[in-house]
Every structure is written in structure tokens, then in C-alpha cells.
Design a protein around this ligand. Structure first.
Ligand SMILES: Nc1ncnc2c1ncn2[C@@H]1O[C@H](COP(=O)(O)OP(=O)(O)OP(=O)(O)O)[C@@H](O)[C@H]1O
Ligand SMILES: [Mg+2]
Length: 257
């Protein structure tokens, strides 16, 4: 039997009053890597449409595990994952993609020995027979990221770290996602390149995409996020609008109270 639901460490602020505004909701999620040994123990979360919701927490608390469970890589032992109000637990990943979900994993996964354009074509795998759609989507990605068009024939492995992230995001955009799960997009990047990546995420949000962002770079994440969850050892520790984190004292309270 799963453990009892955790209570938040201190009062939470629920900004998500209107259910229609919620693109993704996680309810009492219990999931792990081995039978019923749960890494996440009853996590709750709501990601508001066309906003950036960030998940913070120390190494090993289960941030990546949560994204993998949402994307269908791990089968929850209990709980629900509602994508646009539909419970998608048990739905295979290729179908989740068709339902508008995209995932940028913690460890970058571009095809280094393929060109940028070939990488983008791989993003169209689920509709590979539809050449007209493929062409249209590639042009849309190029319109968003002109640098990728300029370098369309370059090997992806030759790009800067920031541009490689751009290729990954471009590849996921091929399937028209409405919700993107993004895991530590700037890990290992120089500061300037990180800023490009964060700017890209804000642009995606402004174009209507809901983003669930896991990040170790708390300072940066808080600059672009609208709503924040802090996890501790697989449980909800704190949640609130980003304004709650405006002072060092509040930040300390959210993490260590
Ligand atoms: N493939 C796996 N098999 C077994 N246990 C795993 C696996 N991946 C992660 N874990 C364990 O699950 C727990 C949560 O890991 P997870 O990767 O979700 O943490 P995280 O919050 O993303 O950490 P980080 O900030 O270091 O990326 C850790 O104890 C980790 O050792
Ligand atoms: Mg992780």
C-alpha cells in the first residue's frame, strides 16, 4: 500500500482555480523503478496552460522520475496523470506524443552524426508518411530558429551546446506539442548559452505552449517561471507563485522550513 499523502510543509497558494486552465495535472503519484518501491510518494502538481511551472529540489528527490512517469517511460503504482483532463496513465509514449506531449530529457539526445535537417525529420517519425506535413513543419521550425535553417546541412554534433538544445526543441516542435516536459535544459552550458535557452523557453510559452521545467539553476528558473513546486524526498514540500520566492528569506523557508 502506498504511504499516506504528505501534507505541505506550510500553507500553499493555489492559483489554479479554473480547471480549464490546467493543461497537465498530477494527482497522488506513486512511482519508482522497481516494483512498489516508490521514489515519488504521492506527488501532486498542476501545470497551468501557457505558463512555465518549475520543479525544484535537491539531487535525487525525483524530479526526473516525475517527468519520465508523465511521458510514459515509467508505469506509476498509483495516482493519475491528467493531460487536458484525460487520465493518460498506461498510454504508450507514441500516443502521448499524438496527444500533444513532448519531452526534452536531462541528458541531451541529438543525433550527432546527422545533419540538423535530418534530426528534425526524426521528430516527424510518428507521421513519416506525410511528406507535405513534414515539409511544412520543418519550415515552421526554421521560421522560429533561423540559425538552424542557415546551418541545415551541418552535422548537429558540430553545433554549440545551446544550438544543440535548439535542435532538440525543434525536433519536438515537429509534432505540435501543447505541453513540454523540459529537464535541466542548461546543464553543462556556459552562462551566455544558458540565457539563450531560457529565452527560447519564454518564447515557447508566449506562443501558447505549457512548460513543465525541472531545473537545478534555481536563480534562472525563478526568473522565467510563473509557478514553483519544491520537492523533498519524493514528496511535495512547497508550492506557490514565483513571487513567493522574491526574498532570500522566503526562498530559505520554501527549501528548508
Ligand atoms: N534508472 C534508475 N533505476 C533505479 N533508480 C533510479 C534510476 N534513475 C534514478 N533512480 C533513483 O531515483 C531517485 C530519484 O532520481 P531522479 O533522477 O528522479 O532525481 P532528480 O531529482 O532528477 O535528481 P538530479 O537533480 O540529480 O537530476 C534517486 O534515488 C535515483 O538514484
Ligand atoms: Mg534529474
Amino acid at each position: 500500500m502506498p504511504d499516506a499523502l504528505p501534507t505541505a510543509a506550510f500553507a500553499t497558494t493555489d492559483q489554479h482555480a479554473d480547471a480549464a486552465d490546467i493543461a497537465l495535472e498530477i494527482q497522488k503519484l506513486f512511482v519508482g523503478y522497481y516494483e512498489d518501491l516508490n521514489i515519488l510518494q504521492g506527488v501532486n502538481l498542476k501545470a497551468q496552460r501557457a505558463k512555465i511551472t518549475t520543479i525544484l529540489g535537491a539531487n535525487g528527490v525525483g524530479k526526473s522520475t516525475l517527468l519520465k512517469a508523465v511521458y510514459g517511460f515509467l508505469r506509476p503504482n498509483a495516482g493519475k496523470v491528467l493531460l487536458n483532463d484525460k487520465n493518460v496513465v498506461g498510454v504508450p509514449t507514441y500516443k502521448l506524443i499524438n496527444l500533444g506531449l513532448a519531452y526534452i530529457p536531462q541528458h541531451p539526445g541529438i543525433f550527432r552524426w546527422m545533419t540538423i535537417e535530418e534530426n528534425l525529420e526524426m521528430g516527424a517519425y510518428t507521421f513519416r508518411g506525410d511528406k507535405a506535413r513534414l515539409k511544412r513543419k520543418i519550415e515552421e521550425v526554421y521560421a522560429r530558429f533561423p540559425v538552424l535553417k542557415e546551418r541545415r546541412k551541418s552535422l548537429a554534433g558540430k553545433l554549440s551546446g545551446g544550438q544543440q538544445r535548439m535542435v532538440e526543441v525543434g525536433r519536438t516542435l515537429m509534432t505540435d506539442p501543447s505541453v513540454m516536459l523540459v529537464d535541466e535544459p542548461t546543464a553543462g552550458l556556459a552562462k551566455m548559452l544558458s540565457e539563450e535557452v531560457y529565452e527560447m523557453l519564454v518564447n515557447l510559452k508566449n506562443s501558447g505552449i505549457t512548460i513543465l521545467l525541472v531545473d537545478q539553476e534555481i536563480r534562472h528558473a525563478l526568473k522565467i517561471a510563473d509557478y514553483v513546486y519544491v520537492l523533498e524526498l519524493g514528496r511535495n514540500k512547497y508550492e506557490g507563485p514565483v513571487a513567493d520566492f522574491s526574498s532570500p528569506a522566503n526562498l530559505k523557508k520554501a527549501f528548508w522550513a
